[in-house]
Write a protein that binds this ligand. Structure first.
Ligand code: SDX
Length: 438
């Protein structure tokens, strides 16, 4: 099967899109410097600072990188003010409504949706790599029963490099597909380990989502049938999480990949960054927050008050975003989907009512309005994961399964960029000046 590889990738933004507009002028210590301006295909603009230190002796200072472009990329576009999210130019709403997760993975990784017969070929290609090497099963025996599945996922991702070395480009491209295919198997096995049930092996007659659900919830000697509503809910969740440009975990994957570390080691680092409660770990924190409000009588006003009180150390998890200063389009889609999926499954979840009341209270409170804090992707996703039977400590693993094609796409884009260099930011030193050892 001839997979779409780098040769047929869509022409990305030319590697070095310089604007023909005026350069930016910088006046420092009475001297004038010119900084080239870079303009993207969506008219985003940047000063090119690659020669700043050599020419001026100054570096930029931007803790948290909120104003720093680390790269040029043709994978995902976000407009935080307008609540726009597109994968390779396709609006997230279109993909969420009509695509399969594997189609979106192909789009992110290779630049185009698989067309015609290629869709089935691609699905079969991924399916054929879902099995884990039998020796990898032994690793699960070493973990304590209540090991967090994100710890297992990071360990297993890194361990894949001991089975599948990267000796050449063909290995590399195959390892990307191996990782995409084996991640659901690793995730499902970590769940089966936590509940003390036997591992259920992947099946080649099931599509990506059905295979995962079967490995998670089937038990020997019982027939497990995948509900179309659950299948479609999972497909939607995975698509909505598939990429989000230079977020913390994707930037981590690029950072590690920039040293030419192998694919699996880079992805294990991405899993670790995603685990943090300020990032992908927030979906688990949201449910625990909603359960806390429920157990305290369901009064959302107290939670809103605590979130506004800096001394409390409490934040409304699932609220706020570094880029979206309007609504997060994914949260809007998930809010509607939560209502629909719960009705389809006949599930009543008081946490959904609490979440909606919390959103209503916060969006009418000046503290949140002034700071442009809206629900993000993590605010409603946990309600749906719960409804389809995913345990809370697996929520961030689900985020990782969704984000994996995005991480792979960015790692691959960087690996194919002839101008890519090892990432090595600078700093401003504020420690003791020279002193002698006595
Ligand atoms: C994801 O980058 C991505 O794209 C991430 C992601 C992806 O798809 O990869 O979208 C996924 O990680 C979503 C975010 C999940 N995290 C949470 O829901 C955790 C709660 N949210 C916050 O911790 C926070 O909003 C962040 C981490 C999301 C953003 O942090 P920033 O941009 O650094 O903002 P900040 O912490 O500087 O906050 C600005 C102000 C502060 O108040 P002031 O100092 O101005 O008075 O807003 C306040 C903060 O105290 N604030 C909150 C708040 N989030 C920010 N106050 C209460 N509750 C919150 N949730």
């Amino acid at each position: 099967m001839e997979l779409v590889t780098g040769s047929r990738e869509r022409p990305s933004a030319s590697p070095d899109r310089k604007a023909d507009m005026q350069n930016a002028k910088l006046i420092l210590d009475g001297k004038e410097y010119e900084l080239p301006i870079v303009v993207g295909t969506e008219n985003e603009k940047a000063f090119d600072c690659q020669k700043l230190r050599d020419t001026t002796g100054y570096v930029t200072m931007d803790p948290g990188y909120g104003n720093t472009g680390a790269c040029q990329s043709s994978i995902t576009f976000i407009d935080g003010e307008k609540g726009i999210l597109r994968y390779r130019g396709y609006p997230i709403d279109d993909l969420a409504e009509r695509a399969s997760f594997l189609e979106v993975a192909h789009l992110l990784m290779y630049g185009e949706l698989p067309a015609g017969g290629q869709r089935l070929e691609w699905q079969n290609y991924v399916t054929r790599h879902t099995l884990l090497h039998e020796d990898m099963k032994k690793f699960f025996e070493g973990f304590p029963r209540h090991a967090h599945p994100m710890a297992i996922l990071a360990a297993m991702f890194s361990s894949l490099s001991t089975f599948y070395p990267e000796n050449n480009e063909t290995d590399l491209e195959q390892n990307m597909v191996r990782l995409l295919a084996k991640a659901p198997t690793i995730a499902a096995f970590s769940y089966k380990k936590s509940v003390g049930q036997p591992f259920i092996y992947p099946r080649n007659d099931l599509d990506y989502c059905s295979n995962f659900l079967h490995m998670m919830f089937a038990v020997p000697a019982q027939t497990y049938t995948v509900s179309p509503a659950v299948h479609d809910a999972l497909n939607l969740l995975l698509i909505l999480h598939a990429d989000h440009e230079q977020n913390c975990s994707t930037s981590t994957v690029r950072m590690v990949g920039s040293s030419r570390a192998n694919l699996f080691a880079s992805m294990a680092a991405g899993v670790s960054a995603l685990w943090g409660p300020l990032h992908g770990g927030a979906n688990q924190e949201v449910i625990e927050m909603l359960e806390g409000i429920r157990d305290a009588g369901g009064n959302v006003a107290n939670a809103v008050a605590a979130a506004k009180d800096k001394a409390s150390g409490f934040r409304l998890m699932g609220f706020g975003h570094r880029v979206y200063k309007n609504f997060d389009p994914r949260a809007k889609i998930l809010k509607k989907a939560a209502d629909r999926v719960l009705v389809e499954l006949g599930v009543r979840d008081p946490l959904l009512d609490i979440a909606k009341a919390l959103e209503e209270a916060a969006l009418n409170d000046p503290y949140f309005v002034e700071r442009k804090l809206y629900p993000n992707v993590d605010f409603y996703s946990g309600i749906i994961y719960r409804a389809i039977g995913i345990p809370t400590d697996m929520f961030t693993v689900m985020f990782a399964l969704g984000r994996l094609p995005g991480w792979i796409a960015h790692w691959r884009e960087q690996r194919h960029d002839p101008k890519a260099r090892i990432n090595r930011p600078r700093q401003i030193y504020t420690g003791p000046t020279l002193r002698r050892f006595v």
